[in-house]
Design a protein around this ligand. Structure first.
Ligand SMILES: *Cc1c(COP(=O)(O)O)cnc(C)c1O
Length: 417
């Protein structure tokens, strides 16, 4: 459910006309609905409320401070993958004891920052990382709380670029090395084992892969307990999919039931790291049509948003629905929606039946709340677009449009030039 809808042919976000925001902030811009963000978080939280749990929202899916602050106010923790995300989380007051740190390539300065901040745990992805965390903790005269990210070798049946829990993926420690890794961790003086962690992939559309993975983790936890290793946290990662087109992902309640069935009876606190399912359908990208090119073979709608603003179609061949902001045309045609960037992969949609738009019309690229602004770049020296949040009948710019000065900030020309 989301709060983008039409009234008399005009698209609204909650109680605000989308076209009026475009008049005020210009295009392109990202637009988020406060009510949708809140509703998605609360729905997920309720769905897993039968078990002791902590939600650590996945910062990489959308890390705008206003959005992190909203989730913090709803009790969320944070799943981070960099020092930068830790900085953002602390900035908005996420309690450090609700922060978990994932990722295969943590640098020692980032590890030290996290140790000094007293985060809940490091999700460790390799033997060498385990040693690095131990080394940093020793230097800081503390003990690092850790979980090992175990790779359960489950096929999440999603896009290969967002599948992470297979033996061939770079993530985690494989199941048959896990026990050995836990024994190695146990021998390290400045490491304290507190958890087991996994994350099988993203945009997962069935509960079965989750259930298979969680059952394997349960067996591992039982094995570990029998050797005297006490596990207090089981981190089940994120990955629940959303509807971009006609997909039918499991409702969070169904996911919650799968959790109960598989790991509901282990005496641990479960950690969830949802990203996309919370923010994906709470945001859109609004763009203006610049030109329409009618060709012999193909038609092109050239818009003012490009792959630097939204890279998912170029990167994953991802589908985003595209809707007119004003439904004022009956005629349709089939066209590619493309951006201004000098790359053939700069498209937002291919061969799509759309209203016969004209220059100046506004289009909404739907489901652009997750992995959208966070992946934006300045390619082609394009300033990054603003982010706007609507709450009821008000809108708030939560990140201003970059200007040309922002583009060159930090660059310098050596004197010899
Ligand atoms: C990206 C990521 C998530 C969030 O995944 P979603 O599919 O957005 O729910 C959670 N945990 C880890 C370790 C991740 O890398």
């Amino acid at each position: 459910m989301h709060h983008f809808f039409y009234h008399d042919g005009h698209m609204f976000c909650e109680e605000v006309l989308v076209s009026s925001i475009a008049e005020s902030v210009g295009t392109p811009f990202y637009l988020y609905s406060h009510a949708t963000l809140k509703h998605h978080f609360i729905t997920f939280n309720k769905a897993v409320s039968d078990v002791p749990h902590l939600i650590c929202f996945s910062a990489k899916s959308n890390s705008n401070l206003a959005i992190l602050k909203l989730f913090a106010s709803l009790g969320s923790g944070l799943d981070i993958v960099s020092g930068g995300e830790l900085y953002r989380g602390l900035k908005v007051g996420i309690p450090p004891h609700k922060i978990v740190y994932s990722g295969v390539g943590k640098r020692e300065d980032e590890i030290e920052f996290a140790l000094k901040s007293s985060i809940l745990m490091f999700n460790i992805e390799s033997f060498q990382e385990l040693e690095a965390v131990n080394r940093c903790a020793k230097r800081l005269k503390t003990r690092a709380q850790i979980a090992l990210r175990v790779n359960p070798d489950i096929d999440p049946r999603t896009h290969p670029y967002i599948s992470t829990g297979l033996k061939k993926n770079k993530f985690g420690i494989c199941m048959n090395e896990a026990k050995e890794a836990y024994q190695a961790a146990r021998r390290l003086s400045h490491i304290k084992i507190i958890g087991v962690d996994c994350h099988i992939g993203s945009q997962v559309l069935d509960v079965e892969p989750f259930m298979d993975a969680f059952k394997r983790l349960k067996r591992l936890i039982e094995d570990l307990q029998s050797t005297g290793i006490e596990i207090r946290y089981l981190d089940l990662g994120g990955g629940l999919g959303i509807t971009y087109d006609h997909e039918l992902p499991p409702h969070p309640n169904e996911y919650g039931k799968a959790i109960l069935k598989t790991v509901g009876d282990i005496p641990v606190t479960l950690i969830f790291e949802p990203g996309r399912v919370i923010v994906g359908n709470a945001g859109i990208l609004v763009t203006r049509v610049l030109y329409v090119k009618i060709g012999e073979k193909k038609n092109f709608i050239i818009v003012d948003a490009g792959m630097n603003d939204l890279i998912r179609p170029a990167l994953y061949d991802a589908y985003h629905a595209i809707n007119p902001v004003k439904k004022d045309k009956d005629a349709t045609f089939i066209a590619d929606v493309v951006g201004p960037i000098c790359e053939s992969s700069d498209f937002l949609a291919k061969d799509r039946r759309l209203p016969r738009v004209e220059p100046g019309d506004l289009l909404a690229v739907m489901s652009a709340g997750a992995y959208s602004f966070t992946m934006a770049s300045n390619y082609n020296s394009r300033p990054r677009v603003p982010e706007v949040m609507v709450k009821k009948d008000q809108f708030y710019v939560i990140r201003k449009r970059e200007d040309y000065e922002d583009l060159i900030a930090g660059e310098s020309i050596p004197e010899f030039l």
